[in-house]
Design a protein around this ligand. Structure first.
Ligand code: ATP
Length: 313
């Protein structure tokens, strides 16, 4: 049985293999990325049966995404859109520390997602639905799809996790606050960075922001703090988790690996502290590999690193 269902856009990606000016970047790698499918892959690696719902273009990147997700053990429930392309992003690594990402996602296949693309029974039968704030920003119909999925989950007792994952470019000219608030109020678990939480609630510290999110209804509110770790408010408890020390080479995707680690521990009914710790360990390990999802750890890797005192140096 599928335990987790994620819905969202995944885009094709081309990135230069060696950092430098684009004019001298001869070799590039074709890959893909999307917050929700990154979480789905990371959950699958942690042994959680996961399905991903989306629309893809009838093009090579659509095929690549389907093949790679299948290889990662993620069930794909997708519509092939013959009228629209798979979204695309180009990542230019100018130095080992600096990259510019350019998106071509307006009019993409996934931006045409609508409630009719959501198989309600998959959500009804799952333990958890995972959404981000990106999907509702893609279009009016994508926003309806996100809300529809959340209401189906709510009505059937399927837990909802919502990662604000604010992307200002998909919201240009529109204010996401009302829709973020609506999804937060429907959710059981909310993830946010400090800046993202501050879009919807007030607070001058991470703990205050987590408390303010908690006051909106979700029982588990987690603030991701990058190299400073994370804090959570669960029930009446506030917990802090330092980051695991690593020599990070690429922090992109750490947030998605963190979410997967946290949610897998939650599905294991681990304690709130252990959920936070597994999230932080998965996030730290993701920083050791270049790529949006490639560094997400398997369950065996998590166990071996925990056994070696949890440090990754
Ligand atoms: P992104 O959107 O880039 O994937 P995010 O902003 O959602 O990331 P972060 O706060 O950057 O999420 O990272 C998530 C978690 O991963 C952190 O809470 C922390 O536990 C871990 N992490 C991130 N960066 C580092 C780092 N440099 N060293 C160790 N752990 C890290």
């Amino acid at each position: 049985m599928t335990r987790v269902v994620a819905i969202g856009e995944t885009m094709g990606l081309v990135v230069n293999d060696r950092p430098g000016p684009l004019s001298s970047s001869r070799a590039h790698t074709a890959s893909f990325g999307g917050a929700e499918s990154n979480v789905a892959i990371a959950l699958s690696r942690l042994g959680v049966s996961t399905a991903w719902i989306s629309r893809l273009g009838n093009d090579p990147f659509g095929e690549l995404i389907l093949r790679e997700l299948a290889a990662e053990g993620v069930a794909t429930v997708t519509v092939t859109d013959t009228q629209r392309p798979t979204g695309f992003m180009h990542k230019h690594r100018r130095t080992t520390l600096a990259a510019t990402v350019t998106f071509w996602r307006a009019g993409s296949a996934a931006s045409a997602l609508s409630p009719s693309d959501v198989p309600d029974e998959l959500i009804v039968d799952a333990d958890l639905l995972h959404l981000t704030g990106i999907l509702p920003g893609l279009s009016d119909t994508a926003c309806e799809a996100a809300l529809h999925a959340a209401h189906v989950a709510r009505a059937s007792g399927t837990a909802i996790s919502f990662d604000i994952n604010h992307r200002s470019k998909v919201w240009t000219g529109r204010n996401p606050r009302a829709i973020y608030l609506e999804l937060i109020r429907l959710a059981d678990v909310v993830f946010a960075g400090e800046d993202e939480a501050a879009l919807v609630v007030e607070g001058s510290t991470p703990a205050e922001l987590a408390n303010a999110l908690h006051n909106l209804g979700p029982n588990e509110c987690i603030i991701k703090l990058g190299a400073a770790g994370a804090i959570s408010r669960v029930g009446s408890d506030t917990l802090a988790q330092p980051a695991f020390p690593v020599d990070a080479i690429d922090t992109v995707g750490a947030g998605d690996a963190f979410v997967a680690g946290y949610l897998s521990a939650r599905l294991d009914e681990a304690s709130p502290a252990d959920r936070l710790a597994r999230g932080a360990l998965a996030g730290a390990l993701a920083c050791l590999t270049t790529g949006d999802w490639e560094g997400a750890p398997t369950r065996a890797e998590l166990a071996s690193l925990t056994a070696s005192e949890g440090t990754c140096r």
